[in-house]
Design a binder for this molecule. Structure first.
Ligand code: SAM
Length: 393
């Protein structure tokens, strides 16, 4: 099993069960390709795409802990190509007021001039050849940007079936309200379609004992989002380094709600590393799997930044009236910490392991009665009294 916690791996979501320890993942949270023509899914037919989801969900039945969760963020396909969708030009009353050419006018012009070609009819009516063509052949009644025959494809049912076949049950679902994509909706202004502004979170459960810990969130958080079906979270402002990032707040909420500190979180469509960053910030372990080497590098970098952010906020908090011979925040030792992180990548400490680090000159020897205390905010304090013997350097 070569995908151990706290690593981002170049790999295929469909194959995770060959690389991850069985029953080791408390929570898997990911957002797959949506079959909407992004660069990283260009080669996938609809059939391939369904297979990708089916096989990835299937692989989860092995890697999830009993009682654990799989959370899938996805949206319905709003412009699903379907050549059976009738091409019927919408009756556009508002445009007609502005003297737009109607189908009836084109038909009448051709009836009066049966030898005319399309170009001549267009010149006669004072419109473009494209308009003549659209009025005669029909158009996509939904307003098509690239395709003339599209409809909505609901994906929730597909996921439910794949999960059910894999022994996972639909436990809950939430709706994420994102920024309204007004810019993308201009082209369907002559239809009754709504602007694209929400996605889903489908929560699947693997049968087994599930820890229910109401202390994971504060009372206010339970009220604001923990117990709410609709989550309002702004979209990522700039998808400049990856074309489909979800906002950090999304996996962060899922992680806080459905896992405990120390649990291992999986994202097998890792992208830019958002879920791993959320796991790090929330004190969880993570495994990331991503098919693109460029995004693997991006995600690893994001993790390093997050680890430093966490380390920088750690501090030794002095107990009242204690005397200190050394008191330092990790932020002031970031080079050493970077080295430590690099060296320890891929190594998972277990309960009882000892991590020994040195101290700078001048701190002095330890002697019987001293107390060595490491306090990590949000995690706890490790106290070791020095009980006797020779001085320790
Ligand atoms: C919707 S994006 C995920 C974005 C991610 N949530 C983030 O915030 O950056 C889907 C990602 O899955 C990756 N991908 C596509 N097919 C894959 C596969 N078979 N196995 C693993 N990753 C894959 C793509 O390269 C892309 O980065």
């Amino acid at each position: 099993m070569d995908y151990t916690p706290n690593g981002i791996y170049l790999g295929d979501a469909r194959e995770i069960h060959h690389h991850i320890e069985p029953s080791s993942i408390a929570l898997s949270v990911w957002s797959p390709p949506y079959h909407v023509g992004k660069e990283y899914e260009r080669d996938l037919s609809f059939f391939d795409w369904k297979n990708l989801l089916r096989r990835t969900i299937e692989a989860h039945s092995a890697v999830l802990k009993p009682g654990g969760f799989l959370v899938i963020n996805i949206a319905d396909i709003l412009c699903f190509k379907d050549s059976d969708m009738p091409r019927i030009m919408a009756e556009n009353i508002s445009r007609r007021k502005r003297n737009d050419i109607t189908r009836e006018q084109v038909v009448a012009a051709w009836a009066g001039n049966p030898t005319f070609n399309r170009k001549q009819i267009a010149a006669l009516l004072g419109c473009s050849e494209q308009t003549v063509d659209r009025r005669m052949k029909g158009n996509n009644i939904r307003g098509g940007k690239y395709e003339s025959q599209t409809r909505v494809k609901v994906v929730g049912g597909l996921l439910e079936d794949f999960a059910s076949d894999a022994g996972l049950y639909l436990y809950d679902r939430r709706v994420w309200i994102k920024d309204a994509a007004w810019e993308n909706s201009k082209w369907h202004s002559i239809s009754y379609r709504a602007v694209d502004e929400f996605e889903y979170l489908y929560i699947f459960w693997k049968p087994g004992v599930t820890v229910v810990d109401k202390d994971r969130l504060t009372k206010d958080e339970w009220k604001a989002w923990g117990a709410r079906a609709v989550w309002n979270i702004p979209s990522v402002r700039a998808n400049d380094d990856h074309e489909a990032k979800f906002p950090l707040e999304l996996p962060r909420r899922v992680i806080r709600l459905l896992s405990s500190p120390g649990d291992t979180i999986l994202d097998c469509f890792m992208g830019s590393g958002t879920s791993a960053v959320a796991a790090i910030l929330e004190g969880r372990l993570f495994i990331g799997v991503e098919a693109s080497p460029i995004y693997v590098a991006l995600a690893r970098k994001a993790c390093d930044v997050a680890i430093h952010e966490v380390l920088n906020r750690l501090d030794f908090e002095p107990p009242v009236s204690a005397e200190y011979s050394q008191r330092k925040n990790y932020g002031s030792q970031s080079d050493q910490m970077r080295l430590l992180i690099e060296r320890s990548r891929g190594y998972v400490p277990e309960a009882g392991d000892v991590i020994a680090t040195g101290t700078p000159p001048g701190v002095g020897p330890l002697k019987a009665g001293d107390l060595v205390e490491v306090r990590i905010a949000e995690i706890g304090t490790l106290s070791n009294p020095v009980i006797g013997g020779d001085e320790v350097f």
